[in-house]
Write a protein that binds this ligand. Structure first.
Ligand SMILES: *Cc1c(COP(=O)(O)O)cnc(C)c1O
Length: 427
């Protein structure tokens, strides 16, 4: 039996309608920006394996760091124990994070990094004697993960609808309404959570730095904690190490995962200020932050994260993102002229081509995740050796930063050709 047949017999894939989805790609090897299939195909990973990869697949320096750590210590529980990779990584993160973020709480994926942030914010206010501050404010179109708390603070969407009975109430606002929303909540607001600069799964929507600044000012005015979910944007994706740097804003809590380990291993970090941390210090054990996971601060993951941060320096990784951004800007701009294209936008290493909706009004953008065109385009890209996974009518290209100028030009060319052909597919 082939790998695909054996997969089909027992495996249930994420975000996949198992009845209608095409068979999964049988990937047996990765190198740089390429993935290799069991049947000998070479595919360019145009979405960084769900937004996690940055230095390319199976990078020699990262492989070596992983092997070195595995030969010393693979894992130990993190309650009552510590180890060099976790301490080294915490020091390293604090040295590069936005000012004031000095305390690192580890977990093991992006959703849990968000769960930790939400629980931290709520208990912070209880510990401060303001137990009435229980309300979380979030933005429309936000995406913060798939666990119940992370779904609660995410925008209402097809992803969360079946679980609405489980979700806790959240106040949602559009960017421009934040000030007014916080004013109306008064002293019941605990925290506001935002994806700085780029709302990812909600449709790859780029937001201005001024919005982030205005949100920071509003949070300061009403004494509300600002949580920056940089699970996607952290580690260079928007062109700066952290997206908050576009606005020179420091949040009270930042959530990190995805590229933290360069896409190697699951690791999350929720980092905060001394002020938040100190609210949990007490002789009263009830004030303890009771949260933890079996694989908190896994040493293998921490070791790879450290090696990744070394590469940011030795490989001048952020310069690569700057060059990639310029090439995406100039390369994708001509697509604006296609009638099927509603918008083209670029930030850092993310190039987005939003297609006009296929609904009643063909010029209406944001037809949504279920737009039939997404899977059809994905198949057409794959035929050409390019792995993309459009969010409905939102096509985006987000490759590992090590991609070369020639490879980027080739990918843009494939996108252009498929979109030109798809004017026909659509009819
Ligand atoms: C992907 C993502 C998450 C969830 O991370 P997982 O590791 O998939 O659980 C949270 N927030 C943002 C902004 C994300 O893009």
């Amino acid at each position: 039996m082939s790998l695909i047949d054996r997969d089909r017999a027992h495996v249930w894939h994420p975000y996949t309608q198992m009845q209608t989805a095409p068979p999964p790609l049988p990937i047996v090897r990765g190198e740089g920006v390429y993935l290799f299939t069991e049947d000998g195909r070479k595919i360019l990973d145009g979405i960084s394996s769900w937004w996690v990869n940055i230095h390319g697949h199976s990078h020699p320096a990262l492989n070596a760091a992983l092997a070195r750590q595995a030969s010393r210590l693979e894992h130990v529980m993190f309650a009552g124990c510590t180890h060099p990779p976790a301490v080294d990584l915490a020091e390293r993160l604090v040295s590069i994070l936005p000012r004031g973020l000095t305390r690192v709480f580890y977990s093991d994926n992006g959703s849990t990094a968000v769960e930790v942030a939400v629980k931290m914010a709520i208990q912070y206010w209880i510990n401060k004697g303001q137990a009435q501050r229980t309300r979380i404010v979030a933005l429309h179109h936000g995406y913060h993960g798939d666990t119940v708390g992370a779904m609660s603070v995410s925008g209402d969407s097809i992803f969360t609808r079946a679980f609405s009975s489980l979700l806790f109430p959240v106040t949602r606002a559009h960017g421009a309404e934040v000030e007014q929303t916080l004013a109306s909540l008064g002293d019941t607001a605990a925290a506001l959570i935002v994806e700085p600069m780029l709302q990812g799964a909600g449709g790859m929507i780029i937001r201005p730095a001024e919005l982030l600044e205005a949100i920071r000012r509003a949070c300061d005015r009403y004494g509300v904690l600002l949580v920056a979910d940089e699970v996607l944007t952290g580690f260079g994706r928007t062109g700066r190490m952290f997206a908050c740097e576009h606005a020179i804003v420091s949040p009270d809590i930042i959530c990190l995962s995805k590229a933290l380990t360069a896409g190697y291993l699951p690791l999350g970090a929720t980092c905060t200020t001394d002020a938040v941390y100190e609210a949990f210090l007490s002789h009263d054990r009830a004030r303890t932050f009771f949260h933890g996971h079996s694989f908190t601060a896994n040493p293998l993951a921490c070791a790879v994260a450290l090696a990744s941060l070394d590469l940011f320096e030795s490989d001048r990784t952020l310069d690569r993102v700057t060059r990639l951004e310029a090439q995406l800007q100039s390369g994708l701009a001509p697509l604006r002229a296609l009638p099927i294209v509603a918008d083209v936008r670029v930030i850092g290493g993310v190039g987005v081509v939003e297609l006009a909706g296929s609904g009643a009004d063909p010029s209406a953008p944001r037809d949504g995740y279920l737009d039939e065109i997404g899977p059809r385009l994905a198949a057409a890209f794959l035929d050409r050796g390019l792995l993309l996974r459009p969010l409905g009518n939102v096509v985006y290209f987000m490759p590992p930063y090590v991609i070369t100028e020639e490879e980027t030009a080739w990918a843009i060319d494939q996108i252009a050709q498929v979109l030109m052909e798809s004017a026909a597919i659509r009819r």
